[in-house]
Design a protein around this ligand. Structure first.
Ligand code: G4P
Length: 191
């Protein structure tokens, strides 16, 4: 998606540690007009798929998913990251290992808000190692919900997540796919 690629070129900053900082428009200050254009692109890509629920993960996916929820006209559920293992209630749980932050968080979704019959679109800001998406897939599987696909804003395509999850049969539509980047400011996209 050219609009997103152009914005990354204009405002994205490659930091040390292989981190692309996009907090001016994506995950701190949020350009909701850009989110709207992204959501419309996912709507076009997933046309006819009868998506009735959007599932994302705390925290940075939530804003993007909410705008997508307006476009798809369906509820948005976010998996909550929790540190306490004994949280009360009837929930599905999965572990998400973050390679970047080197920690494991447990994510939960209430059984009330995800279930058999749901046709789910997963949404997230970044796809890197794929742990977050894999966790969301696990939650959906526990609920008996069908994952139709994933809409990702930025895929770091040189990291393994996209390949691994596509091999598992997940349809992933990433709006900007980065093939290489470095701190000199070079950012290359797969067109
Ligand atoms: P994964 O999300 O694909 O599993 O990859 P990884 O474990 O490496 O990512 C850990 C966290 O770092 C994720 O956010 C992910 O979105 C984010 N991330 C990965 N690469 C980049 C990057 O280049 N730039 C930025 N800004 N973020 C990146 P998270 O832990 O789920 O936290 P949150 O920020 O959504 O709360």
């Amino acid at each position: 998606m050219n609009l997103l690629e152009e914005r990354i070129r204009k405002d994205g900053v490659v930091m040390e540690g292989d981190v692309l900082k996009v907090d001016g428009f994506l995950n701190h200050q949020m350009d909701v007009r850009l989110f709207q254009a992204m959501a419309e692109e996912w709507k076009r890509l997933f046309a006819g798929c009868d998506i009735n629920k959007i599932l994302t993960i705390e925290a940075s996916g939530i804003g993007i998913a909410c705008i997508a929820g307006l476009t798809f006209d369906c509820p948005v559920v976010f998996a909550k990251k929790t540190k306490t293992r004994n949280i009360a209630g009837d929930v599905y749980r999965a572990e998400v290992r973050s390679y970047t932050h080197n920690n494991i968080s447990e994510v939960i979704v209430s059984k009330k808000y995800l279930g058999a019959g749901d046709r789910v679109l997963l949404i997230d800001d970044f796809l890197a190692n794929g742990a977050a998406l894999a966790g969301l897939m696990e939650l959906a599987a526990m609920a008996g919900a069908q994952v139709i696909g994933a809409g990702i804003a930025i895929e770091k395509a040189y990291q393994p997540g996209g390949k691994l999850l596509r091999e598992r049969g997940l349809r992933i539509e990433s709006l900007a796919r980065i093939s290489a980047m470095d701190e000199s400011g070079r950012i290359e996209f797969i067109s």
